[in-house]
Design a protein around this ligand. Structure first.
Ligand code: PHE
Length: 348
């Protein structure tokens, strides 16, 4: 295993899967607070360098996510970079070989679902990778779909954000634009609508647009216009890198609070948001619900009710982040990192 120079993680494993042409990256960022744990992302990438970079950055995000939540796990992430037109009949074989690789690591890496993978995929990975696999289906002994837990935490986070910006945690009539209606985005849309928010959404996937706009009656915003759409809260729930020097000047929201990992293109983008007086809920704080809810039940023996209480604490953690940022005149991102860093330097 080798670590790349630009990344401060512990190890990066790269394995080519000859049968499918896929490449597996497992990035172990930190085992300081516990075994490296994080989702398995499966998608196409521009090139292998981009896939590797994604694994590295996402694994770092997991380190901060667990630490900020005070959860005894370290940061890791896997990326399965698949070629275009991967034959669905070969997909399970890839997942099983990937599971065997997790098995080889003997507990140094634990995983769960992420973009492009499901609980059903976790069942397949667990055939060879158990016990190091979270978020399997209940029929296979897992706690199931993590996205509903992520959405629960995101709602709590949006409420804490609204309390800070508007002095009111109620979502009634709040205009929220959800970017990306995949598994987490869909669950966020449902929760926000139930809470009385005026939700609009955007997605690049035609099936998702049909489901939400045509069948669900959710107002749709063209993907190209989503950032400029006036709203109270923008909730990025698709892929990362949406907040950049190019996009931040165009935003017409009061706050950014959503589920996507790695929303900031560059660390300096946190300062750009602050200059525009847009309150940013750091992604690794607000989106921790899936990881905490599922892993808490499966690894720490929490009941569903206990998991709910713990995930809802994301609201209080964000309040701390906002208060610390204001007290020290720093960005919310820096404040959240400081909270996580304290735990990391304190040790397990
Ligand atoms: N996809 C989750 C995240 O990014 C990772 C996860 C899911 C970890 C389920 C453990 C269990 O936070």
């Amino acid at each position: 295993m080798t670590a790349s120079s630009a990344w401060d993680g512990e190890a990066l494993l790269e394995r080519h899967d000859a049968e499918t042409g896929a490449t597996i990256f497992i990035a172990l960022h930190s085992s300081r607070l516990g075994p490296a744990s994080g989702g398995t992302r499966m998608k196409r990438y521009e090139d292998l360098a981009a896939a590797r970079r994604d694994a590295e950055r996402l694994s770092e995000g997991m380190t901060y996510k667990w630490a900020a939540a005070g959860f005894p796990r370290g940061g890791g992430k896997a990326v399965l970079a698949v070629p275009p037109g991967l034959d669905p009949a070969r997909r399970d074989g890839l997942l099983r070989r990937y599971g065997a690789l997790i098995q080889e690591l003997g507990g140094r890496f634990w995983t769960g679902a992420d973009v492009g993978t499901s609980s059903r995929d976790m069942d397949v990975i667990a055939e060879t990778g158990a016990p190091y696999v979270f978020s399997r289906t209940p029929a296979h002994g897992g706690a199931g779909d993590s996205s509903v837990w992520t959405a629960l935490g995101v709602e709590a986070g949006i409420r804490a954000t609204c309390a800070r910006v508007f002095g009111d945690r109620s979502l009634t009539g709040r205009r929220v634009v959800v970017q990306g209606a995949g598994s987490v985005g869909s669950a966020v849309i449902a929760r926000l609508r139930d809470a009385g928010a005026a939700v609009a959404f955007s997605d690049v996937d035609a099936g998702s647009v049909r489901r939400h706009r045509d069948e669900g009656g959710v107002p749709f915003v063209e993907p190209g216009a989503v950032l400029e759409t006036p709203c109270d809260v923008l909730a990025p729930c698709a892929l990362g890198g949406v907040l950049t020097a190019e996009t931040i000047p165009r935003l017409r929201c009061r706050a950014v609070a959503g589920a996507a990992n790695n929303q900031l293109g560059q660390p300096e983008d946190a300062e750009r948001l602050r200059e525009r007086e847009i309150l940013y809920a750091p992604d690794f704080v607000i989106n921790a619900g899936g990881a905490i809810g599922i892993t808490g039940q499966e690894a720490l023996g929490w009941s569903e009710d206990r998991a709910r209480q713990e995930v809802l604490r994301i609201g209080a953690t964000l309040e701390r982040v906002f208060a610390l940022a204001e007290a020290h005149g720093i960005t919310t991102e820096a404040a959240a990192r400081r909270i996580a860093q304290e735990r990391l330097s304190g040790g397990p």
